[in-house]
Design a protein around this ligand. Structure first.
Ligand SMILES: Cc1cc2nc3c(=O)[nH]c(=O)nc-3n(C[C@H](O)[C@H](O)[C@H](O)COP(=O)(O)OP(=O)(O)OC[C@H]3O[C@@H](n4cnc5c(N)ncnc54)[C@H](O)[C@@H]3O)c2cc1C
Length: 557
């Protein structure tokens, strides 16, 4: 199937060719690139900003794997299924937890340095929803930065991995048979490749990370605008579970008007014994869940939100004063520094915290080999929905998912290459031209999308709140169409392309969230407070209709 829609953009002015083009340079994208190279395929990594600017380098807590004495993949599986609230794909979870420990060992062999005890063993901590210490960490609370450093250094030393930074990927290109054959992109900057171009490839891998920027307050960096999901929808691929957005319970509260990326206070701080308290110092998680502050994230985020509502408060507090200065400095240097930079000293004062958008459990639907519903288009990492997270991701399973399924994609591509099933592709130029150009909203639409989404589709959702959000989003799309009809279209440029992607992803997310009339995992409906297994123990599959509107259909039970 060829793309029915594309972003409005100039005709490509240059063309490059590779074997496998990978979009995104976080843990998922770089792992694919390194592994397809081992199979003798050329790889090109295209990334929107610098190589290390995705969510990966921000990860604090660590990476979960059954590495500790007495721990087993089976126990990791159980904890993951509980957090996923009945809609995990158990086979995908089994793959994650059984292949996870060796994937982490291979990451270490690539050069990532994890924290170790005096005996040389990897130190493991606990996070919410885990019944065991199984989170490996690096640099105390700088795990993602270390993983990113190691992977970036490995790709930089491989001359057969071509790296294109500051390049925004726009849309998929296919051949006459509908197989992925490359993509269009816009390179920002000067040099041989500048402006809109095309990359021809035998296969395309999307590893574009999350979509936290559809909300006003998020832990995600500015690049997390859901581009991969939007591209996949336009390309005719199925996406799923978009309604399951995880709101991290403890994000540093920076005031009522704070927008964009906000500093995270990792769950590992609670794992090491910090308490959640209200302004009176009451530990309100006690009695709410057997794991108290270490209950799964959705439970903690809901409890904080409820307490904030009951007390008319804008935030709660995380109290880790009893750690003392030395522990803060050695175990949580990043969090300590970011709190102090905002005028809060966790050694002497409780930290003001509130929930913010953190992780997209849903994404582009893939099978166990990372294949999407479009032949030759693969997806892995946060942009994908392999089925491992269900309705709620278990803490520190995402870096692991990025690693494990990236390796699986590389293995699939290697197998296809060896079997002669990965030939060069010829782009179907007529089909690319026939795709309808999406009217671009002005760049200011980004902030409006974020406001609408935080108000209508945040931690608390109802039919009424989502109808408001949907109406606001529809108006933005209508205004963009109107400007085109009036011959005053927004300029095609990075800001307007990102705004178009945010608008599409937000519209799809609200459509799915409005349809799911139950509360499950991190999807919390005030008007449907119960989990409804009879009707909703299944996925909603979203695709783009010919009109360009996303349509969600419940999967057969
Ligand atoms: C603050 C924070 C803390 C976290 N802590 C943990 C943790 O402790 N443990 C854990 O397991 N997970 C954690 N997570 C989640 C985890 O970091 C992410 O899910 C994971 O790193 C995603 O990796 P990725 O490779 O899929 O995407 P990313 O690392 O986000 O990389 C995406 C890449 O795609 C690029 N890109 C996006 N759109 C385009 C486009 N149109 N064209 C070209 N390039 C594009 C970006 O520039 C970037 O390079 C945390 C996340 C955050 C934000």
């Amino acid at each position: 199937m060829s793309a029915t829609h594309r972003l409005t953009a100039p005709t490509p002015g240059w063309t490059a060719t590779t074997d496998v083009v990978v979009v995104g340079s976080g843990v998922a994208g770089l792992t694919v690139a390194l592994n397809v190279r081992k199979a003798g395929l050329r790889a090109m990594v295209v990334t929107k900003a610098m190589l290390d600017e995705g969510s990966t380098r921000w990860a604090q807590g660590g990476i979960a794997a059954a590495l500790g004495e007495g721990d087993t993949p089976e126990q990791h599986l159980d904890d993951t299924l509980v957090a996923g609230a009945g809609v995990c794909d158990e086979e995908a979870v089994r793959t994650l937890v059984t292949e996870g420990p060796d994937a982490v060992r291979r990451l270490i062999a690539t050069g990532a340095l994890f924290d170790r005890g005096e005996d040389g063993e990897i130190l493991l901590t606990r996070e919410g929803g885990h019944h065991r210490r199984r989170i490996a960490h690096a640099g105390g609370d700088a795990t993602g930065a270390e993983i990113s450093r190691a992977l970036v250094s490995a790709v930089r030393t491989d001359p057969d991995i071509e790296l294109i930074e500051h390049a925004l990927v726009l849309d998929l290109l296919t051949d006459a048979a509908g197989h992925a054959a490359g993509l269009t992109l816009h390179v920002m900057g000067e040099g041989q490749r500048d402006g809109v171009g095309a990359v021809r490839a035998r296969a395309v891998v999307l590893a574009t990370g999350g979509m936290g920027q559809v909300f006003s307050a998020t832990t995600n960096p500015a690049v997390s605008t859901g581009d991969g999901v939007a591209l996949a929808l336009r390309a005719g691929a199925a996406v799923t579970d978009l309604e399951f957005v995880q709101f991290h319970p403890t994000v540093l509260w920076l005031g009522p008007d704070a927008e964009g990326q906000q500093p995270l206070v990792s769950e590992a701080v609670r794992g090491e014994g910090a308490h959640l308290v209200d302004a009176d110092g009451v530990r309100f998680m006690l009695g709410q869940h057997e794991l108290a502050e270490l209950a799964p994230r959705d439970i903690v985020a809901k409890a904080i939100t409820r307490r904030m509502q009951e007390q008319g408060a804008e935030h709660m507090f995380l109290d880790g004063r009893h750690f003392g200065a030395e522990m803060w400095e050695h175990r949580f240097p990043t969090i300590l520094a970011s709190c102090r930079a905002h005028g809060i000293d966790p050694v002497t004062a409780p930290i003001p915290v509130a929930p913010a958008a953190h992780y997209a459990s849903g994404g582009i639907r893939t099978d166990a080999r990372g294949r999407t519903s479009v032949p030759g288009l693969y997806a892995c990492g946060e942009v994908a929905c392999t089925g491992v997270h269900g309705a709620n991701r278990l803490a520190s399973n995402s870096l692991l998912e990025g690693l494990v399924f990236a390796e699986r994609i590389a293995a699939d591509l290697a197998g296809r290459h060896a079997a002669g099933d990965l030939p060069e592709r010829t782009v179907d130029v007529a089909a690319a031209r026939a795709a309808l150009p999406v009217p671009l909203p002005p760049s200011e639409a980004r902030a409006e999308v974020q406001r609408l989404m935080s108000r209508g589709a945040g931690v608390l959702r109802s039919a009424a709140s989502m109808a408001d959000a949907a109406a606001g989003l529809a108006l933005l799309a209508e205004q963009a169409r109107h400007h085109v009809a009036e011959e005053k279209p927004a300029d095609p440029r990075v800001e307007t392309w990102e705004a178009a992607n945010l608008l599409l992803v937000a519209t799809a997310l609200v459509a799915a969230a409005a349809q799911r009339e139950e509360t499950r995992g991190c999807h919390w409906r005030e008007d449907f407070p119960e989990r409804d297994d009879a009707h909703w123990r299944r996925h909603l599959i979203t695709t783009l209709a010919a009109s360009g509107d996303p349509v969600s259909t419940p999967e057969e039970q």
